[in-house]
Design a protein around this ligand. Structure first.
Ligand code: MN
Length: 366
């Protein structure tokens, strides 16, 4: 499960890329803030990282001169930092005619053209490699994701405690963000989804001015970001006695989620997990009301490797952090989704989102 010592695991990240590009006698450039942070600890909004067997050079602008030096030293990154307006000439020199791997999903067309015009080698897409490399988390990453999940749970508790007749979806969403900040979050992982009543039938509803307690059921899909790392959780909160149909659909979704979770172990294909979830909903006649994939990896980005859907060729491995989030959406009526975040262990999973879900339903049903 990665190395206990942060410094070592961080230098292993660089080593993994070096081993890979070495096979092709090529260089690597990261143009996105996530990959740069993962490799160097630098959190600025503008940077370009060049990596080959001998060099690791971060190019950034003068706004980040001090910050970059501090963050690279704190991270233990063996990278030199060049502050200047345009790294392109340096890249032409550093790459020495070799091909350069770049993540096609993270590099703009303009930047790709600019790099291409300067170098003698070719640009080669490294998206799948970059994406899969970050899929397995080391201990320092898992600790941050755990903290992000704990902050999320505490923020939800504090926000719901203040729910009154006047509270709108937008206000509750705002409170959740506020309490995440008070509980120590660096940011939100994504804008909270707070959807009451029939709004819950939209998988990615935007919070509205609707008063929550005028409705019977509430969906919240929320996650804090802690030191760059995201969490992701969805809860259904009964606001009054649930209808027989709502109880019935909730139980179906919970059963599907439980079956999928029980199947998770290193070595299973992600699409098998999706299949188990989808079959469980299909068997109850709701397969066509499940409008998205079963889950995804979570890390520096909210949607990471592996993809857990019917088309995925990704393999589940120990050390991955993934969601399982089945849902049933009944248009103009209501939607039910449960989402939890897990660490894949050597034998199964460890829950990272420890926020009651059955208990709330049981209380209301009781
Ligand atoms: Mn999710």
């Amino acid at each position: 499960m990665g190395n206990e010592h942060g410094m070592t695991s961080r230098s292993q990240r660089v080593l993994k890329i070096r081993n890979w590009i070495n096979q092709y006698d090529s260089c690597f450039i990261a143009t996105d803030t996530y990959a740069i942070r993962w490799l160097t600890g630098f959190t600025g909004s503008n940077g370009l990282l060049f990596l080959d067997q001998n060099h690791m050079t971060l190019f950034t602008d003068s706004r980040y001169e001090n910050q970059a030096a501090i963050e690279l030293a704190r991270f233990g990154a063996k990278s030199n930092c060049v502050v200047g307006p345009n790294p392109m000439r340096s890249i032409a020199d550093l790459s020495k005619g070799k091909n350069i791997f770049i993540d096609s999903e993270k590099c703009s067309w303009a930047k790709k053209e600019e790099i291409e015009s300067q170098i003698e080698g070719e640009i080669v897409d490294a998206h799948d490699f970059c994406f899969s490399l970050r899929g397995i988390k080391d201990k320092s990453e898992i600790d941050k994701i755990k903290t992000a999940a704990e902050i999320t749970c505490r923020a939800l508790d504090r926000s719901l405690a203040e729910l009154d007749e006047q509270t709108t979806e937008k206000e509750l969403a705002g409170k959740i963000e506020y309490y995440m900040a008070l509980e120590g979050a660096s940011n939100v992982a994504y804008p909270p989804i707070v959807a009451a009543g029939s709004n819950s039938a939209l998988p990615h509803a935007r919070p509205t001015g609707q008063r929550i307690l005028t409705q019977d059921i509430l969906l919240v899909d929320i996650g804090a970001n802690y030191k760059g790392y995201c969490s992701d959780m969805t809860r259904m909160i009964p606001l009054s006695t649930m209808s027989a149909e709502q109880k019935h659909v909730s139980q179906i979704v919970l059963d599907a989620q439980r079956k999928a979770i029980e199947a998770i172990r290193p070595g299973i294909m992600a699409k098998e997990i999706d299949g188990i979830c989808r079959d469980a909903l299909n068997d109850k006649g709701f397969g066509d009301r499940f409008l998205h994939g079963t889950g995804h990896g979570v890390g520096l980005e909210i949607h990471e490797f592996p993809r857990i859907n019917s088309r995925s060729e990704d393999l589940i491995q120990e050390g991955m952090v993934i969601t399982v989030e089945p849902g049933i959406y009944l248009e103009d009526s209501f939607g039910i989704r449960w989402e939890d975040l897990f660490l894949v262990t050597d034998t199964g999973v460890e829950y990272l989102t420890n926020y009651g879900k059955l208990t709330q339903l049981d209380e209301t049903q009781g």
